[in-house]
Ligand binder design. Structure first.
Ligand code: IMP
Length: 185
């Protein structure tokens, strides 16, 4: 069994430390709370990458809110996006007339959220906003800007705090750049 110290050996470097994440999520929670006064948003977590961020973020929202989840992807098992939206698991409830906040781990090419936002708008949501933990603007292929973002990061493949490489490293409390030797194997 590998312990997490071993997992850290697969990182080139730690990019965002857990203390910085905690502070940024708290700050974001305050902003969203202020922006949604008098509303009861449906906060949609995108599985699986956003689960850690999602669970921390909703506890910083001082608002009545509803939880729901979706599993969508434009990614296979590698590090390059295919650009196709695939809905693996849909929302439990309708969003017609609701204010929706999509919570995502990272905006990379932007294709997943671009397609998802368009798709959810078609279901009659009153508003749809995007809250992302990480933003990698260097790789954007479509015009998509997150309404809320915690960290802008360079063009590197990162793992931890929910983000994976082949389902591994999600449990790391910090965010790190994965050593290329891991995916070049
Ligand atoms: P996009 O459609 O290219 O914006 O891809 C978004 C999805 O790709 C994210 O939800 C992640 O699951 C995955 N992804 C993009 N960059 C990374 C990364 O650096 N590490 C882990 N997953 C990533």
């Amino acid at each position: 069994m590998e312990d997490t110290a071993k997992l850290y050996e697969d990182l080139e470097r730690v990019l965002v430390r857990r203390e910085e994440i905690t502070a940024a999520v708290k700050e974001l929670g305050k902003r969203i709370t202020a922006d949604y006064q008098g509303k009861e948003p449906v906060v949609v977590g995108i599985l699986k990458g956003a689960v850690v961020f999602y669970s921390d973020l909703i506890r910083e929202l001082d608002l009545p809110m509803y939880t729901d989840f979706m599993s969508v992807s434009s990614y296979g098992a590698g590090t390059e996006s295919t650009g196709e939206l695939r809905i693996r698991m849909d929302l439990t409830n309708g969003i017609k007339g609701r204010d929706v906040i999509i919570v995502e781990d990272i905006v990379d090419t932007g294709l997943t959220l671009f397609n998802l936002k368009k798709h959810l708008a078609g279901r009659g949501a009153t508003s749809i906003k995007i809250a992302t933990l990480l933003d990698k603007p260097a790789r954007r292929r479509v015009e998509l800007e997150a309404d809320y973002s915690c960290f802008t990061i360079p063009d590197a493949f990162v793992v931890g705090y929910g983000l994976d490489y082949n389902e591994k490293y999600r449990n790391l409390p910090d965010i790190g750049v994965l050593s290329p030797r891991i995916y070049q194997k």
